[in-house]
Design a protein around this ligand. Structure first.
Ligand SMILES: Cc1ncc(COP(=O)(O)O)c(C=O)c1O
Length: 367
């Protein structure tokens, strides 16, 4: 049977998403017991005990469907962010939110502008959605080239995605740059800012986008509970946007797309803002130690406002180095799928001992 002919154009050319290797797979394949994973920009700290308790308590109700409207979570998060409850839309991770926006907005012939290299899901989902991706290269400093992205918008552009700070580079665009960009984008074009690493950013000139929503009805923010909140396994992300835009998006989601354990966990973690702030500070200390260690080994490392570092090793093939790290039980992310070829790898910030292990293995490899 010719299954290929059944699928929409764009799907056959799309390469499936390759996630960071799970620890268990590396243990199995290489016969290693002690493996550290610095490959998926997860928070290396466990979920807080309040989150674990909330999940355990909610488990007794697993025979019931979750609250499809996320009633409590919507009210609590709206108060936390200072937005209208109708401005919020939840997904099974912010990945699903981005995916749903692209699928709901894009018809054949229309396009989505995004930076390159950036989060792999943008080329992937736009590939599936009528090959609608319109990637715009980053600038020489590995940052989104916002003027070039504004210039790439044409009369068929429905959506522009700005990943700020950007994955996989860790770089960001300033409030001033972003305001100038918004002023150039036609109001009929939705601008989605992917702020998956928002809570990690400490730079003072990083844009605060929620206050901009009032001036720009076409602005939508995407955030997640996967990163700083240490809840990647539960899958919750959300969008904040104009209530009329969100109302349309609500029609496109699966009725129970955020599970009940996840909703309980989000409520627990939102009650711990001091812990979230402390996690951002601890991450920054560990990031700076890792940054300094990598630089002292001769690596070229891009300054980052996130929980990961983009690393280039002059004169070395980063994919080979990544394989050699893997053989030593350290999983980092090769950047081929992100379009950076063999020239770079991405290292997520781990706990101090994990970062040390990565640096020691790298020192051995580069010796
Ligand atoms: C920039 C960016 N956006 C979105 C996501 C998706 O996160 P999640 O679906 O876990 O919320 C990620 C995950 O790595 C990311 O790096």
């Amino acid at each position: 049977m010719d299954f290929e002919s059944l699928f929409r154009p764009g799907i056959l050319n799309t390469k499936p998403y390759t996630p960071g290797k799970p620890i268990s797979e590396v243990q199995r394949e290489l016969g290693l017991t002690d493996v550290v994973k610095l490959a998926s920009n997860e928070n290396p700290e466990s979920p807080t005990s309040a989150v674990i308790d909330a999940v355990c308590a909610a488990a007794s109700q697993l025979n019931r469907y979750p609250d499809g409207a996320c009633f409590e979570l919507t009210r609590t998060l709206a108060a936390h962010l200072g937005v209208d409850t109708r401005a919020l839309f939840f997904g099974n991770g912010s990945n699903e939110v981005i995916d749903m926006m692209i699928r709901a907005l894009i018809s054949p012939g229309e396009n989505v502008v995004f930076g390159h290299p950036s989060f792999i899901v943008y080329p992937l989902t736009t590939g599936v959605q009528f090959e609608s991706g319109r990637p715009v290269p980053l600038d020489a400093d590995d940052r989104h080239d916002l003027p070039a992205m504004a210039a790439a918008v044409n009369d068929k552009t429905k959506l522009v995605i700005v990943c700020n700070p950007n994955n996989p580079t860790g770089t960001y665009n300033t409030a001033e740059e972003f305001a100038a960009f918004m002023a150039r984008i036609p109001s009929r074009v939705i601008v989605a800012v992917d702020e998956a690493y928002y809570e990690y950013v400490l730079a003072e000139d990083y844009p605060e986008t929620i206050p901009m929503l009032a001036a720009y009805p076409n602005l939508v923010l995407c955030r997640t509970f996967s990163k700083i909140y240490s809840m990647a396994g539960l899958r919750v992300g959300y969008a904040v946007g104009h209530p009329d835009f969100i109302a349309q998006l609500q029609k496109t989601r699966e009725p129970f797309n955020v599970n009940s354990l996840a909703q309980a966990a989000c409520l627990a973690v939102l009650a711990q803002p001091e812990e979230t702030a402390a996690r951002a500070l601890r991450n920054r200390v560990w990031l700076e130690e890792l940054f300094a260690g990598l630089r002292s080994l001769g690596c070229d490392v891009t300054p980052s406002q996130t929980n990961f570092l983009l690393v280039r090793i002059p004169g070395r093939n980063a994919t080979e180095v990544q394989q050699q790290l893997l053989a030593r039980g350290v999983i980092v992310r090769p950047m081929n799928a992100f379009g950076l070829g063999d020239g770079a790898m991405r290292v997520s910030v781990g706990l101090p001992a994990e970062n040390q292990r990565c640096l020691e293995a790298l020192k051995e490899i580069l010796a």
